[in-house]
Design a protein around this ligand. Structure first.
Ligand SMILES: [Zn+2]
Length: 58
């Protein structure tokens, strides 16, 4: 059994998390806010879309 932790806030992810691809690397976060935070933190610059967020629903 593997425990997943949020890549942004480091809290435990229970149930389906949100998978985001940041810089070509797939990580999981607990909520949409964290996904957005990661995207903004790793964004190469304003106006560029370097990350993609997808909700895992089942
Ligand atoms: Zn989080």
């Amino acid at each position: 059994m593997t425990e997943k932790t949020c890549a942004a806030c480091d809290c435990r992810i229970e149930g389906p998390g949100i998978r985001v691809t940041v810089g070509g690397k797939a990580v999981e976060v607990c909520c949409d806010d964290c996904a957005r935070a990661l995207n903004e933190a790793h964004a190469p610059g304003p106006g560029m879309q370097g990350a993609e967020a997808k909700t895992l629903n089942g």
